[in-house]
Design a binder for this molecule. Structure first.
Ligand SMILES: C[S@@+](CC[C@H](N)C(=O)[O-])C[C@H]1O[C@@H](n2cnc3c(N)ncnc32)[C@H](O)[C@@H]1O
Length: 281
């Protein structure tokens, strides 16, 4: 080994820099990775504490009566402010503002408890692990099904999967337009999956719907993987696709691209319908 490299000013600076980084990494705190839903619960809880402390503080100096509505409004405003401080996405401000007011409004209507239970059960079976995956259910439109179908060859049978198949429209459309191909959908939320299963049966569709998590699939089995997920899911999806998909297979994503990874080609947006991104592996 050439010892002069070790003693050169450059090597000296590099060693100093590495040492500095090591020292700093010990004393700097990493930003905790907390999912937005958990952060939202934290924001509302801290706002409740802030309301309580504010009422106590005001009580020290004056005798003041707060109406329920004014307390609720304070909660909404504190939550909105904390949401901004926590750096949550802008739409969360309105959710934080509307949530306490919505709760208050609902309590004014004196609805029976069963209504809340049914609402909770429907939301749970529809959105299931969305709080963790950050991929909620919202269906794509017929124009998207047609554009995706055009990407699939008609002259040979292929194996395709819609990861997060919702209520199954895209898969059933492709199964109808490409009858020789094998089309599957996998869905993690029980209600959309059940609806897709019943609809496929009633429509006599050849599309197969599985209940489960696409992370557990092996992508090498598929010639085409279609995804309509969310920006949060895309980096991990790319990692999985890169590791498992075979050369020549297609990864198609509607609306969401993969940061830093140039698609092979795109289908440009049509009116308000966003782009479709295609990566040839
Ligand atoms: C935006 S919807 C798309 C529905 C359908 N692909 C369409 O085009 O109409 C995304 C779906 O992915 C599902 N999903 C989210 N994470 C999933 C996972 N890890 N495995 C399977 N499905 C998932 C959600 O429950 C949701 O129904």
């Amino acid at each position: 080994m050439d010892k002069s490299i070790h003693h050169s000013p450059l090597a000296f600076r590099a060693t100093g820099l590495a040492l500095k980084q090591r020292i700093f990494s010990r004393f700097t705190f990493k930003k905790p990775r907390i999912v937005p839903a958990a952060l939202a619960v934290l924001v509302q809880s801290l706002s409740a504490v802030a309301v309580f402390l504010s009422v106590l503080a005001v009580g020290l100096f004056a005798t003041m009566h707060f109406s329920t509505f004014s307390l609720v409004l304070m909660q909404a405003l504190f939550a909105m402010g904390l949401c901004v401080l926590a750096g949550m996405a802008s739409w969360w401000r309105w959710i934080h503002f509307g949530f306490p007011l919505g709760l208050w409004g609902m309590s004014m209507l004196h609805m029976p408890n069963e209504v809340y239970l049914v609402g909770f059960l429907i939301s749970l079976s529809l959105y299931w692990t969305t709080f963790r995956s950050q991929v909620p259910f919202y269906p794509s439109r017929p124009i998207v099904w047609e554009k995706v179908s055009e990407l699939i060859p008609s002259d040979k049978a292929i194996h395709m999967i819609d990861i997060g198949s919702g209520i199954g429209d895209l898969s059933m459309h492709i199964a109808k337009t490409k009858p020789y191909s094998q089309i599957e959908g996998i869905e993690i939320a029980p209600l959309p999956w059940l609806i897709s299963l019943v609809r496929a049966y009633l429509k006599n569709s050849t599309a197969i719907f599985k209940f489960g998590d696409y992370h557990q699939l092996v992508f090498s089995r598929y010639d085409v993987v279609f995804a309509y997920l969310s920006p949060a899911a895309m980096p991990a999806l790319w990692q999985k696709a890169q590791q498992e998909m075979c050369a020549g297979s297609l990864l198609i994503s509607y609306e969401f691209d993969i940061p830093g990874i140039k698609p092979s080609f795109c289908i440009e947006s049509i009116g308000k319908i966003p782009k479709i991104y295609v990566w040839k592996m």
